[in-house]
Design a protein around this ligand. Structure first.
Ligand SMILES: [Mg+2]
Length: 293
């Protein structure tokens, strides 16, 4: 059975020999190459080829990942997703939508940044249970004045291309959501600035003007991220095949697996290996070219 996919390759530079090599890699992976386009800007270049696939999609993805060109990644995207009238984009926040890990910025105010960074990295590699590690990391914040939240908000920087990506999806009538193992107090103003209808994170408990070192309610963990993807896409009437998930950590794996395409963004190796596609450029709007938006 043949299926239609678009092979989207991207890198800082794509030379003509790179494109020729990509064509032969696609053919070797069982893809019949049809119409081709080249786009991009001063930051990165994109080559897209409409292909007919006469093999399994996951097998072709693995073959391309193994045979790749240094500095160039190729996403194999179902044509039905790229041409869908409405798509649902869901993104992780820390180290995906924004450049930092908010818990590390908060921990710096408690003089515990290095300690917390080590735990965060182990959690994002999938070595620790996320909820347990979150409780342990938030505990070091106990007693901090609540106004450190304001200070941390002002330190947060969107990832390059993030605002452009969100605007492009929204202006084309698609839905955009973010789901975070970080904190509502930081995410709320960012989500409102971006005009997002769907967003959720953990709630830091604040009592008498100080952080208690606890979070309120259920932790947004790996399972919760997938749950919200399914709920929100259903609320928009968008089938899961037309959803795109982007994340960098082990707690993103379930939503990356559940989405129509799961994209690892400058991710840990275990996440990159499990995802359908990888972006290893520092520009989040590369996702536009994968999704065909
Ligand atoms: Mg992250």
């Amino acid at each position: 059975m043949s299926s239609n996919v678009t092979a989207v390759s991207y890198g800082l530079k794509l030379s003509l020999p790179d494109i020729q090599r990509l064509r032969s890699l696609l053919t070797a992976a069982g893809l019949g190459v049809g119409a081709e386009t080249r786009t991009g800007d001063a930051r990165f270049e994109v080559y897209a080829a409409d292909c007919a696939l006469d093999a399994r999609l996951d097998g072709a993805r693995r073959a391309l990942a193994a045979a790749g060109i240094e500095g160039v990644d190729t996403a194999l995207v179902p044509a039905a997703l790229r041409s869908a009238p409405r798509k649902f984009l869901i993104m992780d926040v820390d180290s995906t939508l924004i450049q930092q890990e908010v818990i590390e910025l908060l921990a710096a105010y408690a003089g515990k940044r290095e300690e917390v960074t080590a735990v965060t990295e182990a959690a994002m590699r999938g070595e620790l249970d996320f909820a347990q590690s979150l409780h342990a990391r938030v505990a070091v914040l106990a007693g901090l004045p609540a106004d450190v939240v304001e200070s941390v908000r002002s330190e947060v920087r969107l990832t390059e291309g993030a605002a452009e990506l969100v605007a492009a999806f929204q202006s084309a009538g698609h839905a955009v959501a973010v789901v975070s193992g970080g904190f509502n107090q930081i995410l709320r103003p960012i989500a409102e600035d971006l005009g997002l209808h769907y967003w959720i994170a953990n709630e830091l408990e604040i009592v008498d003007g100080a952080l208690t070192g606890k979070v309120l309610g259920d932790v947004i963990d790996r399972a919760a991220k997938e749950k919200y993807l399914r709920e929100w896409a259903a609320a928009e009437g968008i089938p899961m095949e037309h959803t795109i998930a982007v994340g960098d950590g082990a707690n993103d794996l379930d939503m990356l697996g559940a989405a129509g395409i799961g994209i690892a963004f400058n991710a840990k190796p275990a996440v990159r290996a499990a995802a359908d596609a990888a972006v290893n450029l520092p520009y989040l709007d590369a996702v536009r070219y994968i999704a065909g938006v």
